[in-house]
Design a protein around this ligand. Structure first.
Ligand SMILES: C[S@@+](CC[C@H](N)C(=O)[O-])C[C@H]1O[C@@H](n2cnc3c(N)ncnc32)[C@H](O)[C@@H]1O
Length: 224
């Protein structure tokens, strides 16, 4: 993707929305000790509302609509690509939405910032399936990432996933169960299911559904 014009000054203009950026220069354990202590939700959002997290937020359509529908929930949106997170942040800034903050970081480094057991829900919308051999570790529902989400989620916290890829969906359900999560609300054709009415269509979802592909969705609940 070509770098956006004036990327840095535009990111800076949205600076109040951006609470973490880049890779920490300390090792992950030291970074966790250092940065996590600075990550204070009350200061960030000026309230004590519950916090939910979207990983791989893309252009921000989902988190914007979630924030509008749930003004008494705070949302953190993670996106590794600066070009992409800029679009999301400019949207949120233009709409004057107050309950969203962004982390322009790879999700691998989330434990450096987010306090343990502080998140009620993790949303994974159309994460790249990465079916190639040798790339499993990078899948956002691999055991490596489930270990991260499990540390961040409160007891009873949930992962809500949507995807267009059935093999990736089946793989993910297997991983949730292997981690002791209870899987519910499984839909293999979301747009023709009881969940369709509440559904917020993301950018990738619109593209896949536009080609007539079914959308898969499930909720995985952490037990302790
Ligand atoms: C296929 S897009 C989906 C975007 C959006 N959720 C949607 O449904 O329209 C996946 C997004 O996840 C981001 N992403 C992929 N791996 C990531 C990682 N390890 N950490 C943070 N973001 C990641 C990509 O940059 C990309 O914007």
């Amino acid at each position: 993707m070509r770098r956006k014009r004036n990327l840095e000054p535009r990111l800076e203009a949205c600076g109040a929305l951006l609470v973490a950026r880049g890779r920490p220069c300390l090792n992950l354990k030291e970074a966790a000790e250092h940065y996590r202590a600075l990550f204070n939700y009350r200061e960030m959002f000026e309230n004590d509302n519950p916090v939910e997290l979207e990983v791989g937020c893309g252009n921000g359509a989902f988190v914007l609509e979630m924030a509008r529908r749930h003004p008494d929930v705070n949302f953190l949106a993670v996106e590794v690509c600066a070009n992409v997170v800029l679009t999301a942040m400019e949207r949120i800034a233009a709409e004057g939405v107050r309950n969203v903050r962004f982390l322009n970081i790879p999700a691998e480094t989330l434990p450096c910032y987010i306090p343990e057991r502080s998140i009620g829900r993790v949303y994974l919308n159309f994460s790249t399936p990465l079916p190639e051999k040798g790339r499993e570790k990078q899948r956002l529902t691999s055991p490596r990432f489930l270990a991260i989400y499990s540390a961040l989620l409160q007891a009873g916290g949930q992962i809500v996933q949507k995807t267009d890829s059935e093999p990736f969906f089946d793989y993910s359900l297997e991983q949730y169960r292997a981690f002791g999560y209870v899987v519910t609300d499984v839909s293999r054709d979301l747009h023709h299911s009881a969940y369709a009415k509440e559904n917020i269509v993301t950018e990738y979802e619109a593209a896949f559904a536009g080609k007539g592909l079914p959308i898969f969705r499930a909720v995985a609940t952490k037990q302790n």
